[in-house]
Design a protein around this ligand. Sequence first.
Ligand code: SIN
Ligand code: FE2
Length: 226
Amino acid sequence: MPCNPDAPANLGLFAESDLLQPARTEVLGPQARVLRGFALPWTERLLPRLDEVLAAAPFRQMMTPGGHTMSVGLSSCGALGWTTDRHGYRYSAIDPQSLRPWPAMPEVFRQLAEHAAQAAGFNDFNPDSCLINCYRPGAKMSLHQDRNERDFNAPIVSLSLGLPAIFLFGGQQRSDKSQRVPLLHADVVVWGGVDRLRYHGVLPLKDGTHPELGRQRINLTFRHAG
Ligand code: SIN
Ligand code: FE2
């Protein structure tokens, strides 16, 4: 039996805004927040720009200074891109693979990052770097601090797309206990101020297929690096 077959047709018409989850904020620390579903209204504009960036600067697996190949595929856009090789971690204006500047940061990326920072209490965030991480099933990110930026005044803004992952949000010391935070498509995590140097990482990605992104998770990390 169909559900309410006589419903007038216009009962099915919602304004687009009625179909979106209300934004929910979770507190990870004094100056660290998870903005649940924050990017849902942005993804339609953002994903085509992401495809363009990745066509110009495809994902590649980089080597750590210790000689390990990272399980996560990396790319970047913006004035500065984060890179690693046998000589160390650093920001570079040049993509070491193409030997050309990184693709420009699309305006919609910059706007999303600025709005998310503001929603978490950080005004005037102006990222000059967007690191793009690609996690296939099994890929992970070990606990680390983001500390290659010139100063730590600006927050970190981190957007999750695609498959869910468990984000580890630790303390100021590597040995501090971590919170396990499930991150879903379009969630944004922002940390800065007293929480700027908190250790963080990602547990090995569980296999699955996301309706929009397929068998992967893509994370965009916005920073003011230079
Ligand atoms: C990172 O810390 O670089 C990535 C974090 C994430 O993938 O959520
Ligand atoms: Fe990080």
